[in-house]
Design a binder for this molecule. Structure first.
Ligand SMILES: [Zn+2]
Length: 114
């Protein structure tokens, strides 16, 4: 970065601020085939209904509350009742993305003609 003698020996032991984790970025990496990723926080409420949608929450009980709502009333659109909560702080769940990707493409073809 700095060229030549610009390098000084500043001994600045700055306390590193806790790096905020970009949960929605992580969620988008984990579930590339998601229709959308909304909100922010480490608790992801996934709805695998027709297409995958991901909503993120800062608190687990908020995610659980909303899961209870969509478990009862559906998550909108064609709902299979296939909802789950994933903790983004843990290891990425092992899923077979190909099947979901195929489902996603199928949905897109059918409903959006692309
Ligand atoms: Zn659903």
């Amino acid at each position: 970065m700095a060229r030549g003698k610009a390098r000084t020996t500043r001994r600045k032991v700055k306390k590193r601020p806790k790096k905020a984790i970009n949960w929605s970025g992580r969620a988008k990496r984990w579930w590339k085939w998601a229709w959308w990723v909304d909100g922010n926080g480490p608790f992801a409420l996934l709805a695998h209904c027709r297409v995958l949608t991901v909503r993120l929450y800062a608190k687990c009980d908020e995610a659980e509350r909303d899961k209870a709502v969509i478990d009862r009333g559906g998550c909108g659109g064609p709902c299979y009742g296939n909802h789950e909560i994933v903790d983004l702080r843990k290891k990425r769940p092992n899923r077979e993305p190909e099947a979901e990707l195929e489902e996603f493409r199928d949905y897109r073809r059918r409903w959006m003609g692309v």
